[in-house]
Design a protein around this ligand. Structure first.
Ligand SMILES: [Zn+2]
Length: 414
């Protein structure tokens, strides 16, 4: 006999999604998150798609999906109602009647690491990926304190438990160095020197013993060996980290420096730049793009001499023509993106002369579609880990609006 694992609620799934694609990463103009659905209902089946198009909603309802996750928002501009006389209103009514929720991860999924452009870069075989236009890293502090040797591990543990010391995949990162503190003994009780794990009372005794041993008088100079401990802390965890530090530190009034680190490029951002394993002709590279992406009527358009050699490649899922400065700055030989218009593309090529960067233009939908497989894997894996498994499918519907294309008779044929 087997016991079925309990299904997660929509709220559980959304919580996992928002760890992968934090809504706060979305651009100001964007509209991401839950569009419709009750967070308390259970979720067994999830369908992933680029667009919340009618064909995708039909597919979801036919499969009895409980949740559809799309890249593009259903609503980007405010509406005053959702009557079924509008196409978007019909979608909402169909979803609600079918008991199916809708969730959007748009520019927050574009900038995430891994995100939409990572997926595009990986299906093209690019490695050593960095953002094409990096976002600032999350605001971070560095906490510095000075601790007697015996208490160093305890203080580092306490700070780590409060969220300090996380660097990429590494946890409990700290840096220490030994030095000497000095002070002049006043007439009152001195600092609790070298107390370590001792209690307040034991510390007082220790202090008295030391004063006796050293026969130290008020006004005398004292030296103490201490370790300088440095750890990074997300700024939003500052209060919790400092409270934990004070609790774990043996001194009643420890010395603590909090340094606000200057903003710098983080791992997230729009687009990616990476490298092909071997230099390739622009024609061969365009063929590689055509084979790696799902089929569309548009196919792959290229600007540049077919025999030009490319190896460093910039990519941006979706419309990327606002990134041309970043592409030039990145040293990329070629830029793969979608929705390139005549004027920006012509201007970029005019500036480049015969040389790079060349342009490869693909269908918008095709450029973002590779992201869906990665979301399916990560979401299924995360829910399995929570003991709340779900079934995740990628939609089989093509939502690229273009249906056929004719070569232009009399055009330039290369
Ligand atoms: Zn898009």
């Amino acid at each position: 006999m087997t016991t079925e694992a309990p299904s997660p609620t929509l709220g559980d799934v959304v919580a996992v999604l928002e760890r992968m694609y934090d809504p706060s990463w979305a651009r100001d103009w964007d509209a991401v998150g839950l569009v419709c659905g009750d967070p308390d209902t259970s979720v067994r089946r999830v369908l992933l798609a680029v667009d919340p198009a009618p064909s995708v909603i039909e597919e979801a309802l036919a499969w009895r999906a409980d949740l559809v996750i799309t890249h593009h928002p259903l609503f980007l501009r405010p509406v005053h109602g959702i009557p079924t006389s509008t196409q978007k209103g019909r979608v909402i009514h169909q979803l609600v009647r079918g008991g199916c929720a809708l969730y959007t991860a748009h520019t927050n999924a574009d900038v995430a690491a891994p995100g939409v452009s990572d997926a595009l870069a990986r299906v093209l075989g690019l490695t050593d990926l960095v953002p094409l236009s990096a976002d600032d890293a999350d605001p971070t502090d560095k906490v510095v304190t000075f601790v007697p040797d015996a208490a160093v591990e305890k203080v580092i543990d306490a700070l780590a438990a409060a969220g300090a010391g996380e660097l990429g995949e590494y946890q409990r990162c700290a840096w220490t160095a030994t030095g000497t503190g000095t002070f002049v003994q006043g007439s009152g009780p001195g600092p609790l020197v070298g107390m370590g794990e001792e209690s307040e009372a034991a510390g007082a005794q220790h202090r008295a013993d030391r004063a006796h041993d050293a026969d130290r008088e008020p006004g005398e100079r004292e030296s103490v060996e201490e370790r300088r401990v440095e750890m990074v802390v997300p700024r939003h965890r500052r209060s919790a980290a400092l409270a934990a530090l004070r609790l774990a530190h043996p001194y009643a009034d420890p010395s603590i420096d909090v340094l606000e680190l200057a903003p710098w490029s983080g791992p997230r951002g729009i687009g990616r730049v990476g490298t092909l394993g071997t230099p390739t002709s622009l024609r061969e590279f365009a063929m590689l793009v055509a084979e790696a992406l799902p089929g569309t009527a548009q196919g792959v358009r290229v600007a540049g001499e077919p025999t030009s050699v490319v190896q460093r490649v910039a990519v941006c899922g979706g419309a990327g023509d606002s990134l041309f400065d970043a592409v030039r700055g990145s040293g990329a030989d070629v830029f793969v993106t979608a929705d390139l218009r005549h004027h920006p593309a012509a201007e970029l090529r005019d500036r480049a002369g015969e040389g790079p960067p060349y342009l490869v233009d693909v269908a918008h939908w095709a450029s973002e579609w590779p992201w869906l497989a990665g979301v399916a894997n990560r979401l299924e894996g995360a829910m399995d880990e929570l003991g709340r498994p779900i079934e995740v499918h990628v939609s089989t519907k093509t939502t690229d609006p273009w249906t056929f294309r004719l070569p232009s008779p009399g055009g330039v044929v290369r």
